[in-house]
Design a protein around this ligand. Structure first.
Ligand code: HEC
Length: 272
């Protein structure tokens, strides 16, 4: 019995460590049935992510069909690495070169939404902030993935956020972000601080956009939502078909129930 309990506990460990570090994620509120959003997300992905990350399980042709774009439009606007629509979304960067540049090779993102979840991705991509620590190679850090090896590649859109700390008691011994809230200037960080005497209080820090990008904070968050929506779809393209099929199944069951009821009435009409 103890062994079974131990096995269950240890099987949960990887989940716990994956969630460890970082902050409570914001809700991504994505919707894979929204084709406009998927199209916008695909555009951001090929322009800002495919320099480093591949999506080796996805074919351009499948992508085009699923997100409702003509093949020649996709060839013109989304295919920079190949001219064959049937190709998968691979990149030219070599993993050992990338390891030299970033310390770790950028992983393939085909199933990242299944590994991390959409809320995690949304929070990760919105919480890069300037970190002057000389140990940080690209001058930025990330709330969700502390000391990440990836640069803040969406800065032309978002700009650069500064971590602005509110005044707190002098004798703080530990603190953690308890919740994140969208704000017109960036993100509000509700932070719990514990002082030496064991008391916990709350302060509100900010990730504030101090060097503006081409988008307003709310507009940027929408763009990231679309990108995460696209990553979610790419993790399981069949989900899209399943969702659409689901509506027809419900309609069929509804119609079938009416027919069955009429039959039932008919059969039992003469039985008393
Ligand atoms: C300049 C290269 C580069 C670009 C461009 C880039 N990344 Fe990354 N990315 C990296 C590297 C390197 C890592 C590995 C970081 C680490 O493990 O410390 C990474 C890690 C990640 C991770 C975390 C994977 C994990 O371990 O769970 C995600 C998610 C991610 N990138 C998404 C994106 C998205 C989305 C884009 C486009 C907006 C993007 N990246 C653009 C280099 C890049």
């Amino acid at each position: 019995m103890n062994r079974i309990i131990a096995a269950i506990v240890f099987s949960l460990v990887p989940l716990v460590t994956l969630g460890a570090g970082g902050v409570p994620p914001m809700s991504a509120k994505t919707d894979i049935t929204n084709q406009k959003s998927l199209q916008s997300g695909a555009r951001v992905f090929v322009n800002y992510c495919m320099g480093c990350h591949s999506m080796a399980f996805m074919r351009y042709s499948r992508l085009a069909d699923d997100i409702g774009l003509e093949h020649d439009l996709v060839a013109e606007h989304l295919m920079f690495n190949t001219d064959t629509i049937g190709d998968t979304m691979t990149i030219a960067m070599r993993a050992d070169d990338a390891s030299g540049w970033f310390g770790v090779p950028p992983p393939d993102l085909s199933v990242i939404a299944r590994a991390r979840g959409t809320d995690w991705l949304y929070t990760y991509l919105t919480t890069f902030y300037a970190d002057p620590n000389p140990a940080r190679p690209f001058g930025v850090n990330n709330l969700m993935f502390p000391d990440v090896g990836m640069p803040h590649v969406l800065w032309p859109l978002q700009g650069v956020q500064s971590y602005i700390k509110a005044e707190r008691p002098a004798d703080v011994v530990s603190e953690h972000v308890a919740g994140i809230e969208s704000d017109g200037k960036g993100l509000k960080l509700h932070t719990a601080v514990t002082t030496k005497d064991g008391k916990t209080s709350h302060v509100t820090d900010m990730l504030e956009v101090t060097i503006p990008g081409s988008m307003q904070p709310a507009e940027f968050r929408r763009a990231v939502r679309d990108l995460v929506n696209f990553l979610d779809y790419a993790g399981e393209p069949a989900k899209l078909a399943r969702f659409q099929l689901g509506y027809w199944v419900i309609i069929f069951l509804g119609v079938f129930a009416l027919v069955a009821r009429a039959l039932y009435k008919d059969y039992w009409r003469d039985v008393h």
